[in-house]
Design a protein around this ligand. Structure first.
Ligand SMILES: [Zn+2]
Length: 154
């Protein structure tokens, strides 16, 4: 039993987002749209020790299994995260977080005159130029977004 398991209680049903970069748990919460008003128990551990990463964050969401869209969103702010879906205190499913080469629809372009922000029915489309630090480039206007731009939209 590692130190972290002692520190953060096991949950019966829900999602454990582990190996979030140290200090980034609140970004994960934000990108998932969690406000704390959902009447769910959410446990956040920030800057706990990790053999693999030195320090890491952990987010536990009780009573909610994340879907694949949400897992993809987490990849934007925590590319090394591992996601375990918990059922009856056991890991029922492990989901791999992987940032795709292109991101479609999830993020809005920061350029107000970009065609994706016009009335045209065109979804946003970004290529991932860099994962850490996160840099996205708009396919249509070439504008560059950083993580702070992304979090400001959530
Ligand atoms: Zn654009």
């Amino acid at each position: 039993m590692c130190e972290v398991n002692l520190r953060v209680l096991k949950i019966k049903d829900g999602t454990v987002i582990d190996h979030v970069n140290g200090g980034y748990a609140l970004d994960v919460i934000k990108i998932l749209g969690i406000t704390g008003k959902e009447k769910r128990v959410i446990t956040i551990a920030i800057n706990v020790s990790s053999k693999q990463f030195g320090i890491k964050d952990i987010v536990k969401i009780e009573g909610r299994a994340l879907n694949s869209d949400e897992v993809n969103k987490i990849a934007l702010v925590a590319p090394h995260a591992s996601i375990n879906i918990i059922r009856n205190y056991a890991v029922a499913e492990k989901l791999a977080v992987k940032l795709p080469q292109t991101i479609t629809g999830i993020v809005k372009c920061v350029n107000p005159v970009c065609i994706t922000n016009s009335d045209e029915p065109i979804s946003s489309n970004f290529s991932v130029e860099s994962v850490e630090p996160l840099i996205l480039k708009c396919h249509y206007c070439g504008c560059v977004l950083e993580k702070s731009d992304l979090l400001a939209q959530m």
